[in-house]
Design a protein around this ligand. Structure first.
Ligand SMILES: CCCCCCCCCC(=O)SCCNC(=O)CCNC(=O)[C@H](O)C(C)(C)COP(=O)(O)OP(=O)(O)OC[C@H]1O[C@@H](n2cnc3c(N)ncnc32)[C@H](O)[C@@H]1OP(=O)(O)O
Length: 220
């Protein structure tokens, strides 16, 4: 749990970093998509591999140890840039841009899942649907002032989820002490595909006063 770190950047510095890393990460996503779908072969692919390996070696000249974690500015706004679903700097993330209702009662996102997320032919992998809904339910809990970690997640696959444009929505169902039950759904152009319900718990280390010094801003 050491990767919740304060990093006091000004809004201008954050904007500057987003403007650099956001488009770069999108270019890496495009590379992944192109690598899956290209019909080139042989020498063209060997040349592309050498070019990609050269870029990777250049990037590794200066890198952090381990994962990116979540960094926070003084105003408490977090930057989960390494997150697998919403991370601005994570090319594995679609990424989802999550919107929330002003009163915090719901969150939703419209996004696109392409070839990199395929399970059944032409359809979203079930684990990816579950990944997206886990994040959305967690964000619904957070938006309602009830942040927590996923304790349970039950996923109901109602019909295959087509790759392409999708919408996810989530909300808090009920609360009890440090427990929050959230629900959500993933819909495609033809309607509901996946539903999920989950239990989110504010962990003991984040809620006990004895741990206040080590409590990350993430859970405040
Ligand atoms: C704004 C934020 C937006 C962020 C969105 C993030 C979305 C992404 C979400 C994730 O992917 S989180 C990663 C996946 N989840 C985990 O890795 C969680 C791993 N498990 C834990 O860290 C702890 O087990 C957990 C936080 C779930 C509970 O730890 P606690 O130390 O709080 O447990 P404690 O023993 O104090 O139990 C508190 C209560 O919860 C209950 N409980 C604990 N674990 C449970 C469980 N797994 N299922 C059901 N109930 C559980 C426990 O019985 C008890 O109930 P009672 O108060 O009624 O006695």
């Amino acid at each position: 749990m050491s990767r919740f770190a304060p990093e006091h950047l000004t809004p201008e510095q954050i904007e500057e970093q987003s403007a650099v890393y956001g488009p770069f990460t999108q270019a890496v996503r495009d590379l992944v998509d192109a690598a899956i779908r290209t019909e080139l072969g042989g020498d063209d692919i060997r040349a592309a591999q050498a070019a990609v390996e050269a870029v990777t070696a250049r990037l590794r000249e200066r890198e952090i140890e381990g994962a990116l974690g979540v960094t926070f500015s003084e105003d408490g706004v977090g930057r989960p840039w390494g997150n697998a679903v919403i991370g601005l700097r994570n090319a594995v993330a679609p990424p989802l841009v999550v919107e929330k209702a002003e009163d915090g009662s719901r969150v939703w996102s419209q996004f696109h899942l392409g070839a990199a997320y395929e399970g059944p032919p032409g359809c979203v992998h079930g684990g990816v649907a579950s990944l997206v809904l886990d994040q959305m339910l967690g964000q619904a809990a957070g938006a309602g002032g009830r942040p927590g970690m996923t304790a349970t997640l039950q996923v109901h696959y109602r019909k295959p989820t087509p790759l392409g444009p999708l919408r996810a929505e989530a909300w808090i169902e009920r609360t009890e002490g440090h427990k929050t039950w959230a629900r959500g759904e993933l819909t495609g152009p033809e309607g509901l595909c996946v539903e999920a319900e989950g239990l989110f718990i504010l962990p003991r280390w984040a809620r006990e006063p004895a741990d206040a010094e080590t409590r990350p801003g993430f859970f405040e």
